[in-house]
Design a protein around this ligand. Structure first.
Ligand SMILES: [Zn+2]
Length: 338
């Protein structure tokens, strides 16, 4: 292979003799005992550190890709994004997951933003495996604040593990009682059988607190502002940090969007509200709750234009038996319309 404009590279240049006994073939029993070798790119120096020191080298956001509140191999971060990739996984949990299982349909990434004294977890995943230990391991000694972008099942599964969960006031009542997810019994996806273990029910968090537009959460050096963006659901929120990160929840993402036909005008005005925010800064980067993360505001212009075409495309709709909604395909999006 040839690096652009550079000298030819041969894969053989990267062959090294590795003594068998120095190769780690099993993970350490305790993850935080794992060793970490840090290469300082500029100076080329190598430092021997331990796993928990990783925090010092990462940016202020982690993604915990989660079907379940645990890591999965499916991961779709835009290659230009400025944030750190993070896969939270523990050996016991990984043993129960096949790396080849198609779980995309159920996955919603969790974002963890960490300031100097507090950390904010956006959404709690699908609740099949304990999430709290993973988050505590990532941000030990920091106050943990949990926010749900909205009340849909793939965003609230781990709520009961935490003492307080915040959600927009318009959806507060949606998560105060156990959530019945027995509709997943009919899902063609094999992974949904795992919900038998929790009886197809999510337990709620005992203390649920309301959020409203313009509320600001201080994490220490990082502040996070709540923006009410209804449409996908009545209490959907987006979150904007003072570091120009915009978390759009299910209000805006590529791929399959779930919309209610009556709410399309409201959804469109939420997208245009986010577009206005993006006019204020050139460097805003978007972190939706599905599909590709770490992307530009082009998502919002693409979505705005595409959603306006739903009426025109209405004749192409197909009924989906499991989702009980009409499916309409556009270039970058598919809509499930209820
Ligand atoms: Zn949703």
């Amino acid at each position: 292979m040839t690096a652009e404009g550079g000298p030819a590279l041969r894969t053989a240049d990267f062959d090294y003799p590795l003594p068998e006994d120095l190769v780690a073939s099993h993970p350490a029993d305790r993850r935080d005992e794992s060793r970490l070798l840090v290469l300082e790119r500029r100076s080329g120096s190598l430092t021997d550190r331990r796993f928990p020191d990783l925090l010092e080298y990462l940016d202020h956001i982690f993604i915990v890709q989660a079907v379940v509140g645990i890591a999965t191999p499916s991961f779709n971060l835009s290659k230009d994004s400025r944030i750190s990739r993070w896969l939270g996984m523990s050996p016991e949990e990984l043993k129960t997951m096949s790396p080849y299982e198609n779980i995309d349909q159920l996955s919603a990434p969790l974002y963890l933003i960490h300031g100097t004294h507090s950390a904010l977890l956006i959404d709690t995943g699908c609740g099949l495996f304990p999430l709290k230990p993973i988050i505590q391991e990532l941000v030990p000694n920091k106050k943990l604040i949990i926010v749900n972008t909205h009340s849909h099942f793939d965003h609230i599964g781990g709520n009961s593990e935490f003492e307080i969960v915040y959600i927009h006031k318009d959806e507060l009542n949606e998560i105060t009682n156990p959530t019945d997810i027995s509709f997943l019994k009919d899902s063609p996806k094999e992974i949904t059988k795992r919900f038998e273990g929790i009886n197809y029910t999510y337990q709620p968090c005992k203390n649920i607190q309301p959020l409203k537009s313009d509320d600001t959460i201080d994490l220490g050096e990082i502040t996070v502002k709540i923006i009410h963006t209804p449409g996908h659901s009545s209490g959907s929120i987006s979150l904007l940090t003072n570091k120009d990160d915009l978390f759009t929840g299910d209000t805006a993402h590529y791929g399959t969007m779930y919309v209610s036909k009556e709410e399309i005008p409201i959804h469109l005005s939420s997208v245009s509200k986010l577009l206005e925010i993006c006019q204020l800064s050139e460097t805003i980067e978007l972190y939706p709750s599905h599909e590709t993360y770490g992307i530009s505001k082009k998502l919002l212009t693409d979505l705005y234009e595409s959603m306006q075409k739903i009426d025109k495309l209405w004749e192409t709709k197909k009924w989906d038996e499991f989702l009980e909604g009409w499916i309409i395909y556009d270039i970058n999006f598919a809509y499930v319309v209820f």
